[in-house]
Design a protein. Structure first.
Length: 104
């Protein structure tokens, strides 16, 4: 779920009068801080014990949201948006660039 989909959801909520829901979605980045987002990506459901989430926020929704963001990670070497990225010495590399680096 990308930013666009979230925005569409917000609009839908606003139109149907679900303003609390719209407000929550607008501030989802603050409601679910990056460290938690990382744990959602790792499928760590214990975040439920630490975060206060509205009942309509399902795990599938959170996963969708967190994973889409992960997919937007760009390779530091070739600048491609990549899924299979690796953190190598604190830089983000796609598998291809990592392979090239290993060959050097
Ligand atoms: Zn790359």
């Amino acid at each position: 779920m990308g930013k666009k989909e979230i925005e569409e959801m917000i609009l839908k909520c606003q139109r149907s009068g679900a303003l609390d829901k719209a407000r929550w979605l607008q501030t989802i980045d603050q409601k679910v801080p990056p460290s938690f987002k990382k744990r959602i990506q790792d499928n760590d459901k214990s975040i439920y014990r630490e975060l206060i989430l509205p009942t309509w926020v399902t795990w599938d929704f959170l996963r969708d949201w967190a994973l889409d963001d992960a997919e937007q990670v760009k390779c530091n070497a070739c600048g491609q948006v990549t899924e299979g990225f690796t953190n190598y010495k604190s830089i983000t590399l796609c598998t291809e660039c990592l392979e090239n680096l290993r060959k050097m």
